[in-house]
Design a protein around this ligand. Sequence first.
Ligand SMILES: [Zn+2]
Length: 581
Amino acid sequence: MVKFDDSFSNTKIAELHKQEEERLIQATAPQLGFDYINLNSYTINPEALTKISEDDSRDALVVAFELKRHTLSIATKNPNNPKVQKIIQTLQNQRFTINLYMCSTASLSHVWERYSDITHSTVESKGVFEINPEDIDRLTKTIKQTEDVVTILKEVSTVNNSRRISETLELIFAGGLALGASDVHIEPEETGIRLRYRFDGVLHDVTDLDSYIYKRLMSRFKLLSGMVLNSKAEAQDGRFTFDAGEKTVEVRSSIIPGAFGDSVVMRLLDPSVAGFSMDKIKLNPYLQEVMVQQLKKPNGLVITTGPTGSGKTTALYAFLRETHGEGVKIITIENPVEYKLEGIVQTQIGEDYSFASGLRAILRQDPDIIMVGEIRDHEVAETAIHAAQTGHLVFSTLHTNSAIAGFPRLIDLGVDPRIMGSSINIIIGQRLVRVLCESCKKASPANTKESKLIRYVMSNHPHPTEVPQPLQIHKSVGCKECGGTGYKGRIGIFEGVVMDKAVEEAVLRDPREHIIAEAAKPQEIPTMLEDGIEKIIKGETSLSELERVIELPYQESGVEQTKPPLDNPDGGDGDFLSHVV
Ligand SMILES: [Zn+2]
């Protein structure tokens, strides 16, 4: 006789009920004229949550989960329940614009769990979610360099008032925005708690925080990010938004436990980045011309390649903006959606929505243009190629070192080289280099080896310009304007390989990189190295900075390299000389 494990089958039945309810709500919502939302893997905004009391929420089966300026998003199982109507009326009287969604019981329960953290903290102090836009705006305008953050932090910490934590928090964000930081790092170590900003792609030390402030900041961060407060040894992710004068900044936060406390990294997503246009990413004129043609095509695959942080997504956004127009439907699937683009449907991968399954769902939505965040496996590669062959213009990224390397990588991922010719339009390679600070950069004659290297690269350039004799190149110095780093801002260096007959033939015959490179030569598009060297001759960046992001051809140019390239994250220019002695 078969024995059933009751507890097992009960759990199983409960799970099936749960799934069935989820599907039912999902199917019913549009019929009733509402949007459906699954809150089970959603980061609940704690400030939104407090807009409906826990008692009211449980009684009326309605939850508030998102607040952007005065727009409050709420979800309920039954929108026609009079109790829900009454709560909506009250919120509207408080001048909130309401977005109403339908959700399942499981979603409601997920949100209810968040109340315990909130109550705990609101008892502790009032105004816990307060980030004052005026303060942020004022601080952002005051701060010019990292030292200013240190000075203001000292002032804040001597004043013993109730807003000390809030002011520190505002200062950390304002400092990050003012200095153009992409990330804020807070790292507790044995000797102190380190605050660092990453800007222009490089981490910069700001100061140490005292442990009193750190402990209270941590609870604030966790609450803001919708994380669990009392979890000790657990990595957590979250997000929140705050207003900074005219723009809303989104923050993605991540916490990992460490020996001396939780380490925090917050990514600041400045919405102005989404405004990047083709002009602003500054492709070299040869690639620019090719790209304009490519973006007019109605179908095919456009791929950007490069390591993390090489600006691939920014370039894709710029291309998307270029193709965006009336009568064109664009859908993206990203991990995660970093910047909101107007007029474009953006979706992000989640538990039941992978790149592959999402892409299949997107295809049923009849788009003209699709962006898939990354081609990372066979399934995504196949689906993207299929989409490109069935009348869609598809944008995506690949994690490879060069444009050329994109072809063999796709073959590694199981793409049939015979269909690559008819589905791929162009593969682009790119890196970001820091731009020398205009106020302090210093020109000096290139030494023999620097000159030899630069002349060698330019002699292979498809459109060689004359290298001046004697050759002056610029080095970084550091001044008040650039916070002592010698650099300010970043630009891209690019290369591209168009799929033409010769490249198609090479990919089929022998897809090794040097063979494809040879076949692509008549296209006369400069390589990243050539583009970078050109920018050095123009005085836009330094040789050491270029070496930080790509390998330089010492051997090929006949420059003896006595020491291996130094890992040189701070970009001190002396380093280039020191290893080409
Ligand atoms: Zn400077």
